[in-house]
Design a protein around this ligand. Sequence first.
Ligand code: CA
Ligand code: CA
Length: 280
Amino acid sequence: MSWTDAQRYCREQFHDLATIDNLEDLERLQASRKGSDYDIDTAWIGLYDDRTRWQWSYGNQDYKMGQDYDNWRQTEPNNAAGVENCTMIKINSGLWLDVPCYGELNAVCINAEGNYIYVQEIMTFDKAREYCQSKHTELASVRDATEDGKIYAVMKGTAWIGLHRIPWSHWSDGSRTTYLNWKTGQPNNARGSQNCVAMNFIGADYDDMNCEELHYVACQELQKLRSTFKLKISTKADMADPEVQRQFLEQLSAKMAKEGVTGVQLHLVVKDGQDQQSEK
Ligand SMILES: [Ca+2]
Ligand SMILES: [Ca+2]
């Protein structure tokens, strides 16, 4: 099925598409193929790239494409070859283009007073950011047409602005990526349309693919552990009183959290007659 259908299917039937946080997860997923009598070469996993999610360097302010102000050149941002995660502003038109962060350009910084400073020194995006942080405040933000006009007024050449993105940053279940096992040469955003990821079960490595392609699916289920403990409580309080019960569970929960036991739901069942014995 398509990636979106796969996501819906996994959420309905299990928990979500598969999330892989480390080598151990990867090996467990790869091992899960055994016993199949058909040839599963690739399957969708929960990794996708939300190309609308960007960020301004200044204050790490979120930027959502289609909602926030922009001056993109037509057909940009296009993430050509899957490596364009930084933004430059063109001298002649003032239009924005996504380009590789390792390119070298001039920069526009912003200072504490909100003034723009053009820096005539070609640097990678990271170097430009370091430069602006040490000499001024940050790489420039351009949040509306007024700011766009001001930045254009100081520019003497094509330059970096602070708009950038961190690709493949989240899994379908909302967690952040910590471990990625790309196939050599991937992700490459072939034909400019590859935002979803399938894993090859032979190499256990990833390739970005068009989300509409049809593949097998790797889902994940959440394991729930239910434990019952017997506690002996010595108290003069009325354990049948809901307020006493609430306080008891609150204190028990706090005690457990202190011991590092979290993510637990506690229920108290008071049986008839048992509250009499608790006087002991
Ligand atoms: Ca581009
Ligand atoms: Ca690819």
